[in-house]
Write a protein that binds this ligand. Structure first.
Ligand code: B12
Ligand code: SF4
Length: 513
């Protein structure tokens, strides 16, 4: 069979990173089938386009995966594929929670021929074989022989053939500059951010989060050896093509078992498998100095921290009382001392938030080392405890908000301010953190040129999460607005020599330490 795995675009940002599920399912496809991957964020497609693609390439089966926010687009694309007579299987967190919606059993139209519930590592080969025999079932569940839910062990993790895969659609650098960039520093002809997982599951059960329900509260890990080998493969590919690769460890809490994380980091260092990487780690686990030393030595550059709020009452409300706002500054300082910076994520519209929450949060942020603050709104995702609580209290204003996705819009009424006020707080957060003045201040607070460039580029990219930056004109305008900072960097670059200004992502440590 010819199989197409398709991930719809999120309609807001061009994703900076492809989705792991596609690569994983491709690697788990039984032999004898041809699998093509299309990420709508890198290759935008509409309904007519996917229908044409499927016809022209004689595709026999289409697999679509989507988060809640892209599900409306996913359904439209699935409808277009089914209209040309090709079967569609859907998977991922949204259809796992609302399988009846995808299968048209809730009174709405049917969008998928089959739905894969939960983790599909073990069910995917069965789905492919059933589809090849023309015997696709409606629902595939990860179960053992006794009908008990079964979470795949990650001990025998498939080898994703990163060295052979076509990754052209995921190069983040503009095509016309590639020949020139190939010769800069350690080679910048390509730059890709690749998702790698080292484990799954999180026991913390925060009220708004899908993860504990979906992946379970027991944590499973890959072997250190399999993770290290994957990093070595990625590193070798980047070198071979005169480019750079950075890794996003997509584990929900990369240091959930500190002992195991330390052992993985030690193995990465011992194998010289360092690439620059980002990982998500909760603040409470970053108290450990030795862990932070190892993170820095193993290539960690950015840590995503779900801070959510600086108000302990809010954190308690959403079952995230293990976050202690009083220690945020110390945690960020500990990282910054090792040139590791943080992506700090905040949620506004929580039950104890009042007007002014953005300014109160920004006041704290200004006292911290520079990072990448991001601001969102409390969102009731289907099947989360938050959804159930708000539904029971009659507070959902758009109970099926995913059917008409609106970025940065609430779907319920906060308790101590209005929806419009909550939206305004988010706008204040973004506008203040990503103004040309704020970006200049963040860059100026760091000395080494490589890190200054790093934070500047990262800030420009993150700005686009809230302020649409699609298209050349939007980028041109952003660059003109930030010309003062750009000129400062250029001046420092010429002072330091061109090679010092191009830190290599593949080799460690960065050139300008
Ligand atoms: C990495 C990640 C991101 C990345 C982007 C995604 C990317 N390019 O990889 C970043 C950091 C940008 C991100 C952002 C956001 N994310 Co996110 N993210 C994740 C994370 C941590 C890992 C995803 C992953 O690769 N998992 C590992 C793979 C193997 O699992 P999987 O994708 O679920 O796939 C398995 C199954 O679902 C199934 N499957 C999936 N698709 C398909 C398709 C078919 C055909 C089949 C058969 C099976 C199948 O098989 C796979 C193997 O078992 C997950 C949490 C998690 N642990 O999954 C959250 C998660 C997906 N994100 C979530 C959310 C809410 C967001 C944001 C909306 C947060 C925000 N408020 O801004 C944004 C929006 C992103 C956007 N731009 O649209 C939610 C989604 C919940 C939901 N119901 O939709 C999750 C589950 C976390 C949570 N807190 O609940 N995210
Ligand atoms: S710590 Fe993160 S992944 Fe774990 S339940 Fe809370 S929000 Fe979800």
């Amino acid at each position: 069979m010819k199989i197409l795995l398709y991930n719809p675009d999120n309609g807001v940002t061009r994703n900076f990173m492809p989705h792991l599920w596609m690569f994983l399912l491709q690697a788990l496809t039984p032999p004898g089938h041809e699998v093509t991957l299309i990420d709508g964020n890198a290759q935008p497609m509409d309904e007519a386009c996917i229908a044409r693609y499927v016809r022209e390439h004689k595709i026999d089966l289409v697999g679509i995966g989507a988060m809640t926010r892209m599900i409306a687009k996913a359904y439209r694309m699935a409808d277009a594929v089914r209209a040309v007579g090709v079967k569609v299987v859907m998977g991922g967190p949204h259809v796992t929670e609302l399988a009846d919606e995808a299968l048209g059993r809730d009174g709405g139209p049917r969008h998928a021929d089959a739905v894969a519930l939960g983790e599909a590592d073990e069910t995917w080969p069965r789905i492919v074989e059933d589809a090849a025999r023309g015997a696709l079932k409606d629902v595939y569940k990860p179960e053992d022989d006794f009908g008990q839910e079964r979470k795949p062990s990650l001990q025998a993790y498939p080898e994703i053939p990163w060295d052979k895969m076509k990754l052209d659609q995921f190069n983040l650098l503009p095509g016309m500059l590639q020949p020139l960039l190939k010769r800069v520093g350690g080679g910048w002809g390509t730059f890709r951010i690749v998702p790698v997982e080292s484990g799954r599951g999180c026991p913390y059960g925060c009220e708004f989060c899908t993860v504990t329900g979906f992946f379970g509260d027991s944590i499973r890990f890959r072997t250190n050896e399999s993770v290290v080998n994957e990093l070595l493969l990625l590193k070798a590919r980047a070198r071979a093509e005169g480019g750079q690769i950075a890794v996003f460890f997509i584990d929900d809490n990369f240091a959930i078992n500190v002992k195991r994380t330390k052992s993985l980091l030690r193995d990465i260092i011992a194998a010289n498998a360092q690439v620059h990487w980002v990982a998500q780690i909760s603040a409470n686990l970053l108290r450990d100095e030795e862990l932070v030393d190892l993170i820095a030595a193993a290539g960690g550059k950015w840590i995503f921290i779900g801070m959510e709020s600086i108000d302990p009452a809010n954190l308690k409300d959403v079952n995230k009382g293990f976050n202690k706002p009083g220690e945020y500054a110390a945690v960020l300082d500990r990282l910054a001392q090792r040139n590791v910076y943080a992506i700090t994520s905040f949620i506004f519209g929580m039950d104890n938030d009042t007007v002014g929450v953005a300014e109160r949060t920004l006041k704290e942020i200004r006292t911290w080392p520079p990072g990448l603050p991001i601001f969102g709104l409390l969102t009731p995702l289907p099947a989360t405890p938050l959804y159930k609580r708000l539904e029971a209290a009659g507070r959902l204003t758009r109970p099926k908000h995913w059917q008409e996705f609106i970025p940065f819009a609430m779907a319920h009424t906060p308790l101590r301010m209005s929806i419009v006020e909550a939206h305004n707080e988010v706008r204040i957060g973004w506008a203040n953190s990503y103004s040309p003045e704020a970006i200049e201040k963040a860059v100026d607070s760091i000395k080494p040129l490589g890190y200054r460039i790093n934070i500047f580029i990262a800030r420009l990219c993150f700005r686009g999460i809230y302020f649409p930056q699609m298209g050349r004109f939007a980028w041109f305008k952003t660059i003109v607005e930030n010309r003062r900072t750009i000129l400062k960097l250029i001046r420092q670059g010429f002072g330091a020599g061109l090679h010092d200004s191009a830190p290599s992502i593949v080799t460690e440590p960065a050139t300008d330490q």
